[in-house]
Design a binder for this molecule. Structure first.
Ligand code: ADP
Length: 459
């Protein structure tokens, strides 16, 4: 040490005669585990933060008093250094947590033991529609207000029942949350208790996840099963009934009856085949690819004339009228798919006009596109349902149309086909006043459809 002292003295040019070293030591708690279940640090370790060297130029040696004062000074310095380090670590930790909260797609909230919101992230604000100023320091139940709960108990009910209890298990709550604007969203919330010393509840962390997609998928599955089973049952029952009648020898002796039954069987089989086709198309569309044929130049007036002729033969109550502007142009398109579009629109116009009446099919053209309108004077569609009828399986409940069978798939497919041709479809209607469906198609879509060699990917 004295050699080192001489070296430092020589280097600094100071007359250094004495040196005393003071260790800067702090006691640090060692964390055995994250403090769950009351696992708080039991052991403590001493950590050396550094050493202070004190030099003296007098030759007088350090007295015990000097040493005590210097030792105290070193302790204070150690505490100050340690605090600065802890503070920096705490600031960094907070930044890390803020970043985590910020990037999380799930809503996160930190509640105090009094269930007031201490912190919450942007995702939760977006999900609930509350602003930070309206949420922070307000009770949990203001932000999390259940329109319907699917779990046994809410957070307040669980706490009243003794949660988190002895095993500190997280609490799972699922239901429909009322947003600030009154709308509803399906969520699941996982609450986890954060415990302090002696198992005192410090905070409750709540992770909120939007599960509307899963709920919608469940509802869709249920609708699918009920629609399919109902729609399959009817034609199958009819075919079976007719076939059973035909098996009776006395029925077969009546040629008119045989003809009627066989026609019925053919018609119902066609209905079944159409239903299966629609289901297949819908699943293809879901998977992202509806098939298309080669595109050709189409005379829509002719195509609609054929469809109208077919339907006119099936109904006496309805008068189908075609009105195309003179020199209506040909357009590029998939003949089968476009026939499917207008077949659906015309059959709907007839189906949803149970009292009968006129159905007008109008065609107009501009240099760039053609617009076709299918207008009926039937039950009509309420304004707030007019967008939804294009969704899968969506059917409007109006008393006048009760008993009209269908799957709610037709318009879903119609819209996809029209869009794949680069066109648009919309409806104008008033309840009880009939409906007009408009389809606008570009005159040249060939490039769009052909480019993908028969297969179109739809968004
Ligand atoms: P489906 O006729 O098999 O139920 P669609 O997808 O073709 O299915 O139609 C969806 C819903 O839109 C129908 O259930 C019906 O409520 C409504 N709708 C469609 N076309 C008409 C129309 N011309 N008039 C009144 N309502 C209609």
């Amino acid at each position: 040490m004295s050699a080192k002292l001489a070296e430092i003295a020589a280097e600094t040019g100071l007359l250094l005669r004495q040196v005393v070293s003071l260790p800067m030591v702090v006691e640090r708690e060692t964390w055995l585990d994250y403090p769950q279940r009351g696992e708080w640090p039991e052991s403590q370790a001493r950590e050396l933060l550094g050493i202070i060297f004190i030099f003296r130029s007098q030759s007088l040696s350090f007295s015990p008093d000097d040493r005590q004062i210097l030792a105290n000074f070193a302790d204070y310095a150690a505490i100050a250094v340690n605090n600065a380090r802890l503070y920096e670590a705490a600031v960094n930790e907070r930044r890390r947590i803020d970043a985590l909260l910020g990037v999380s797609a799930d809503g996160i909230m930190v509640l105090g033991p009094d269930l007031k919101v201490e912190r919450l992230n942007r995702a939760l604000l977006t999900l609930t529609g509350w602003s930070r100023a309206e949420a922070v320091a307000y009770p949990h139940d203001t932000i999390i207000s259940w329109a319907r709960q699917h779990s046994e108990q809410t957070l307040s009910q669980a706490l009243a029942g003794g949660w988190p209890g002895e095993d500190f298990r997280p609490l799972y709550v699922e239901g429909d949350l009322r947003r600030r604007n009154g709308s509803v969203v399906s969520v699941e919330i996982m609450y986890a208790p954060l415990l302090g010393r002696a198992n005192r509840l410090l905070n409750i962390i709540g992770i909120v996840r939007d599960i509307s997609r899963f709920r919608e998928a469940d509802a869709l599955k249920a609708t699918f099963i009920s629609v399919v089973s109902h729609e399959l049952k009817t034609p199958v029952a009819i075919i079976r009934g007719y076939a059973e009648t035909l098996l009776r020898p006395q029925a077969r002796r009546d040629p008119a009856l045989v003809e009627e039954l066989l026609t019925g069987i053919v018609e119902e089989s066609e209905r079944l085949a159409d239903l299966v086709d629609d289901l297949l198309d819908a699943s293809l569309l879901e998977a992202g690819g509806l098939s298309f044929q080669e595109v050709e130049a189409l005379n829509l007036e002719e195509l609609l004339g054929e469809i109208v002729e077919r339907y006119a033969a099936q109904t006496e109550q309805h008068q189908l009228r075609l009105d195309f502007s003179s020199e209506f142009p040909t357009i590029d398109g998939d003949p089968q798919r476009l026939a499917q579009v207008f077949d659906n629109l015309i059959s709907n116009a007839i189906k949803y006009s149970p009292q009968g009446g006129e159905v007008w099919i109008r065609g107009r053209a501009t240099p760039a596109e053609v617009t076709l309108a299918v207008k009926d004077s039937g039950v009509g569609i309420p304004l707030d349902e007019q967008e939804r009828i294009f969704e899968r399986f969506y059917r409007v409940e109006v008393p006048e149309a009760r008993g009209v069978s269908g799957t709610g798939l037709g318009l879903y497919l119609v819209r996809a086909i029209v869009r794949a041709h680069g066109g648009r479809i919309w409806v104008e209607s008033e309840l009880g006043e009939g409906a007009t469906f408009y389809v606008t198609l570009p005159r040249q879509t060939g490039l769009v459809l052909q480019a993908t060699a028969g297969m179109i990917t739809l968004k």
